[in-house]
Design a protein around this ligand. Sequence first.
Ligand code: SF4
Length: 226
Amino acid sequence: MIVSEIFYSIQGEGLLAGIPTVFVRLAGCPLRCRWCDTKYAWDEKAGARYTVAKIVRTVKQWPCKFVVITGAEPMINPDLPQLVKRLKASDKHITIETAGIAFIPALPCDLMSISPKLSNSTPADPALAAIHEKSRLDIAVLAKLIDNYEYQLKFVVDSEGDLAEIKQTLKEIGNVDLEKVMLMPQAGTKDELLAKPPMVAQMCKRTGFAFSPRLQILLWNNERGT
Ligand code: SF4
């Protein structure tokens, strides 16, 4: 597998925010989100070649139960099932971070952390926008993921106007447990993050959706490997 990076940090987002966690970032993502903070991992060759055994050995150097497999987009990697199985056999708690654009059945993961991409993610460049729009939202895949896995749904909020699109997306997916829906502010830097949460918090109070922090930005200003 092509691995962009493996590092030990604190989970910054979602239900498990605050828990020390090892992150395995796999290379390759077909989307081109405008505000993506891991552009360096977009290319499927953007990293070093690891065997599954080497990834597991690297993860195990830290005495840490929690592992996040992230990207780029890990659900498009054909070797993902083997990696998840091997990590599970080492008694790890496994979260998969995904945009929800591909389905793989029967992964022994503990949490499918799905972040469907709204239109606020579309890049300005028309060529990139065309690639992005082709696959950013697949309602059938999202429905399958939530029907088959323990999940959380995290939406990146850029402005008040995003709420109507979030509600429409949830309606189209259907069968969503609204207690598993989280809103988090779009921010690439600590300054942006400090400016936006009041708007997102008010949105959460109005809707009952949970607020997700982004501790990796607050603590380390989104530096690579944090
Ligand atoms: S899906 Fe994730 S990794 Fe891919 S472009 Fe969007 S934010 Fe970046």
